[in-house]
Design a protein around this ligand. Sequence first.
Ligand code: DQA
Length: 148
Amino acid sequence: MKVLFLNGPNLNLLGRREPEIYGRATLAEIEAQVRARARELKVSVEFRQSNHEGELVGWIQEAVGTFDAVVLNAAAYTHTSIALRDAIAATGVPTVEVHLSNIHAREEFRKTSLLAPVCVGVISGFGPTSYLLALEAVVRGLAGRKPK
Ligand code: DQA
C-alpha cells in the first residue's frame, strides 16, 4: 500500500509558525513520526509540501494509479480551493483531510472546508497525531470507501 501525504501553504514553517496553535514540531519531524509508524504497518509513504495551489492539484491528479490514498493538509486552501475539491472529486482518489489544529474551534472562516464533502473523512485538532490517525484510518480500509 502506498499513501501520499500532501501539505499546503505555510506548513513548511511549522516549528516556528504560531507554535501556540500549531505546536513546535517541524514538518520534517511529523514526517519522521509518520514514516516510523508506516514502517511498522508496512506501508510506503511519500511526503510533499507546496505553497502553490496548482502544484497540489497536479499531485492529486498524478496520485491516481500510483497511490492508494492521499492524506491532505491543504492548510488555507481548505477554506478557499474549488480547484483542489474538483481534483479530488475528478480523480476519485480516496482522500483524508487532516489538520493540526481544530478548525472548528477557531475563526469563523476556518469552520468551512470546501474539501470535506469530497473526502472520506476529516481529522482535525490532534497536532502531529492527526497525521498518524489518518494513516491508521487508511490502513484500516476506511479510505477505500468512495465519498458519497
Ligand atoms: C491548518 C488549519 C488551516 O486553517 C490553516 O490555514 C493552516 C493549517 C491546520 O493544520 O491546522 O495553514 O490546516
